[in-house]
Design a protein around this ligand. Structure first.
Ligand SMILES: O=C[C@H](O)[C@H](O)[C@H](O)COP(=O)(O)O
Length: 232
């Protein structure tokens, strides 16, 4: 089974948690897109959902495939969000934002009663941090914000490199009009402490650590998909 087939298996199992009439947050990325394709098939068969997309990219795919959408302002409380992740540990703390959608993804997840994360098993790790942590920063004062992040990280014993994300020759711009710093800090033993420190820096708009948001993970490997509940 290749990685794409694993993503489809995870998306298939996650789809079984979606009930007729649900208000659904719809994630971003290649795994979430497999979910959108499967969901669209069900919708074509008469299944009813209202979706809130977590990015312009996801919105375009949903429109193309006929999945009904609303904005989060029109439907501010959601039953379930299904989304991918770049890394997850057994507590279901996530690193997200590889596709640059972390801000809307976090807002949508926080507005949902439940979040199910879908992933291939290569993303399940003992300790987060092999994947660079995306940090969304305001365009104004980006250099100062970067210095503040470096200082905060050093205080927590985290060192490493940070790179402004590029899109070709241009700086990558999020749907919200911000930049992304990809921070390669290595192992992140205390995600809560790093999250608090980052939220204390004014130029940081949001970061890709999702703590206490995912209620379930569906992880797929060679043997198919399995459900993981958060460990204490
Ligand atoms: O910003 C993007 C999202 O957080 C994605 O859910 C994450 O990057 C995983 O994407 P993929 O399923 O393509 O690996």
């Amino acid at each position: 089974m290749d990685t794409r087939q694993m993503k489809i298996k995870a998306a298939e199992l996650a789809l079984s948690y979606v009930e007729d009439g649900m208000r659904l947050g719809i994630g971003t990325g290649s795994t979430a897109e497999e979910f959108v394709r499967l969901l669209a098939e069900k919708v074509a068969g008469g299944f009813k959902v209202q979706g809130v997309p977590t990015s312009e990219r996801t919105a375009r795919l949903c429109v193309e495939l006929g999945v009904p959408l609303m904005s989060l302002d029109e439907m501010p409380e959601l039953d379930l969000t299904i989304d991918g992740a770049d890394e997850l540990d057994r507590r279901l703390t996530l690193i997200k934002g590889g596709g640059g959608a972390l801000l809307r993804e976090k807002i949508v997840a926080a507005a949902s009663s439940r979040m199910i994360v879908i992933a291939d098993e290569t993303k399940l790790v003992e300790t987060l941090g092999a994947y660079p942590l995306p940090i969304e920063i305001n365009v104004f004062g980006g250099v100062a914000t970067r210095i503040s992040i470096e200082k905060a990280a050093v205080k927590l014993g985290l060192t490493g490199t940070m790179a402004l994300r590029m899109s070709g020759d241009d700086l990558f711009m999020t749907d919200g009009g911000h930049y992304i710093l990809d921070a390669s800090f290595g192992r992140i033993p205390d995600a809560e402490a790093l999250s608090r420190a980052l939220h204390g820096i004014p130029g940081v708009v949001e970061h890709g650590l999702f703590i206490g948001l995912a209620s379930l993970a569906v992880v797929a490997g060679e043997d198919g998909a399995r459900v993981i509940e958060p460990s204490a």
